[in-house]
Design a protein around this ligand. Structure first.
Ligand SMILES: C[S@@+](CC[C@H](N)C(=O)[O-])C[C@H]1O[C@@H](n2cnc3c(N)ncnc32)[C@H](O)[C@@H]1O
Length: 273
């Protein structure tokens, strides 16, 4: 059974580590998907981005229910419901699923009633039914280690209908000479400004992301600092793993611009026949 990743301190030489040191005892280290971190993550969620559009297009060919793995607060679940699909939203984090339920409470009942929310581990689940489409977006495959990925492929195969499709996105470094660390300012839906740091030396087996409020109040109040270390799985290795598990890639769609730091590819896969 996989558990949610505990917060991982960024490497000492990074700007993110300096920001945490500056906050001193005010810093409350948390994961991105736990009780402290989930609201920050959700505040930065958008529903109209290239990945959501690509996944919605990817499930358009046939009708039927969709299984949204690592659904979180519903970045793909909600748009899928909005276009009339039946969706099972699966996630390990009770805190993320609470946010999803709160979002579902705001939408019309006819939309909400088409959603089933399940707390489960995507590396080993049994829902007792099959789906023409299983999705794993947001490059969330990188949250699993090799054993977890093997469990995921096995579970996905036992939930796909005969000609069912498993769609997943994967992230690689798309630039060759970019910096090891980047920092950007982001503004949440509620107007809060955040700093988002990423430490990802080219060729490294993983990257560390850190998210914290950019303008904490000038007092002694606690400041949430979300940190997470996620694995990097390159496409050739991933495709080898998928094939060994019995899934064949039928299309690859680059979702980002060539040369961008984050090279995101949408893979469409089917069970080997
Ligand atoms: C990057 S977020 C993506 C959430 C949502 N799809 C989105 O795009 O906003 C990754 C999600 O994976 C969930 N997660 C992490 N490990 C998991 C596991 N082993 N099984 C199921 N969900 C998991 C986290 O709780 C989190 O909601």
């Amino acid at each position: 059974m996989t558990t949610l990743a505990p917060p991982t301190l960024p490497a000492p030489q990074t700007l993110a580590a300096r920001r945490i040191a500056e906050l001193g005892p005010r810093a409350r280290l948390c994961g991105l998907y736990d009780a402290l971190g989930a609201p920050l993550y959700q505040d930065l969620t958008t529903y109209d981005d290239y990945e959501t559009r690509a996944l919605l297009a990817g499930v358009r060919a046939a009708g039927g229910p969709v299984l949204d793995l690592a659904a979180g607060a519903g970045r793909f679940t909600l748009p899928l419901l909005a276009v009339g699909r039946e969706v099972t939203a699966l996630d390990l984090s009770a805190d993320m699923l609470d946010l999803l339920r709160a979002e579902l409470a705001k939408v019309p009942a006819r939309m909400r009633e088409r959603c089933t929310v399940v707390q489960a581990d995507m590396s080993g689940f049994d829902l007792g039914r099959r789906f023409p489409y299983v999705l794993l977006g947001t490059t969330s495959l990188s949250l699993l280690d090799a054993d977890g990925r093997a469990g995921l492929y096995h579970s996905v195969l036992s939930h796909l209908t005969d000609r069912g499709t498993f769609l997943l996105t994967v992230m690689e470094r798309g630039d060759t000479d970019g910096p090891d660390e980047t920092a950007e300012r982001l503004t949440g839906v509620g107007g809060t400004r955040y700093e988002f740091h990423e430490h990802w030396p080219a060729g490294a087996a993983g990257r560390t992301v850190t998210l914290l409020p950019a303008d904490p109040p000038p007092d002694d109040s606690p400041v949430p600092v979300c940190t997470d270390h996620v694995a990097v799985v390159d496409l050739p290795r991933l495709e080898t793993e998928l094939l060994a598990a019995g899934l064949t890639v039928v299309s690859r769609q680059l979702l980002t611009q060539p040369g961008e730091r984050h090279r995101v590819t949408l893979l469409t896969t089917e069970a080997l026949r």
